[in-house]
Design a protein around this ligand. Structure first.
Ligand SMILES: [Ca+2]
Ligand SMILES: [Ca+2]
Length: 345
């Protein structure tokens, strides 16, 4: 959990405190296995291999944003297991045609790391380089591709247990694909975008491993949270445009950034009082004229100009209205028009 607290300055008549909080951690929101593998699966004979293994999942409401892929490796401790430290990549695929088959589907997120805990039932979590948000009901695939030499047991499979898939109903929600070459280190990695073009084209575990007579599910799980949300950050959020002579103007730049996990849609500026006092003008800067959007991790600037056309204190607040909660993106403007600011005390 992370929070950003923003307190408005003392000179503003109604100080307010905004607490902007990120999502809580998540673990194993998606899983098919019972937590205890029955076997480790590898490829024979000893070769240079690129091996892909993946599960199919359906996105559920409240768990639309995927953050990490969790994997167990190898078989028993006594087995010849994929060595700890072997590099791998994890992927989330979106099932482009929603047919449940990962033949030529698009990678929408990825991450990388190395094998740990091989031969155990412990799952290692591989964070996606950028979380991905999907829609409830979407079919996705999640898994890994790894390159190695020899014939170790690589992927851990669950074929019975408390999630009981025995007597193996036709779920067919686990898949396998591979490339090979005889000379060590010469294999072409499996192309995640075209699993059907692998040397051993992607096939269900049922057919590829069990001759159509039984089934199993990989120990592949996902960490997920509710759909992502924008997290607007406005800097500065209070701008003192100064005490300036009548007829002159001052300019300030305000940076709008998005620290959240979904696009920040800016629709309009809503000033208070409304309409905006004529002494203040908002210019599009690098953001542009609303509506515009700011992607997660991106930012842009708007410019504000205070033109002192009358004396006295001028102030306004501006709500940056869009797909964020009311009050979460505002800035305050203040300026004083002085008849004789220069050399007059
Ligand atoms: Ca089991
Ligand atoms: Ca498909």
């Amino acid at each position: 959990m992370s929070c950003i607290a923003v307190r408005t300055p003392a000179w503003w008549s109604a100080p307010l405190l905004l607490a902007l909080c990120g999502g809580a951690d998540a673990v194993d929101e998606y899983r098919l296995d019972d937590g205890v593998k029955e076997a480790g699966i590898g490829l024979h004979p000893p070769n240079s291999y690129s091996f892909a293994w993946l599960n199919r999942f359906v996105i559920r409401p409240g768990h639309e944003t995927i953050h990490a892929v969790n994997l167990a490796f190898g078989g028993s401790f006594a087995a010849n297991n994929i060595p700890n430290g072997t590099p791998l990549a994890v992927y989330i695929w979106y099932d482009s045609n929603q047919d449940g088959i990962p033949d030529h589907d698009v990678v929408v997120a990825s991450g990388s790391g190395t094998v740990t805990g091989t031969g155990s039932n412990l799952l290692t979590s591989y964070a996606l380089s950028q979380a991905v948000t999907l829609q409830a009901g979407d079919i996705i695939f999640a898994g890994a591709i790894i390159t190695y030499t020899g014939n170790p047991q690589v992927a851990s499979i669950d074929t019975d247990g408390t999630d009981d898939i025995n007597p193996y109903p036709p779920n067919d929600h686990s898949f396998i694909a591979s490339n090979w070459a005889s000379a060590p280190g010469t294999v072409t990695p499996v192309d995640p975008a075209h699993l059907a073009w692998a040397n051993q084209p992607v096939a269900s575990v049922r057919n590829a491993l069990y001759g159509g007579n039984s089934d199993g599910t990989w120990m592949i799980r996902l960490n997920a949270s509710a759909a992502g949300a924008p997290l607007p950050v406005v800097v500065p959020s209070a701008i003192d445009m100064g005490n300036i002579d009548i007829g002159t103007s001052s300019t300030a730049t305000i940076n709008l950034s998005n620290a959240g996990t979904a696009a920040w849609q800016v629709l309009t500026y809503v000033p208070t009082p409304n309409p905006m006092p004529a002494v203040f003008t908002i210019f599009p800067g690098t953001c542009g004229v609303p509506p515009f959007q700011i992607a997660p991790g991106s930012n842009c600037d708007i410019d504000v100009v205070f033109k002192a056309t009358s004396h006295g204190l001028h102030a306004a607040s501006v709500e940056i209205a869009g797909n964020t909660p009311p009050g979460s993106a505002t800035f305050l403007l203040r300026g004083i028009g002085s008849l004789f600011a220069s050399g007059f005390e």
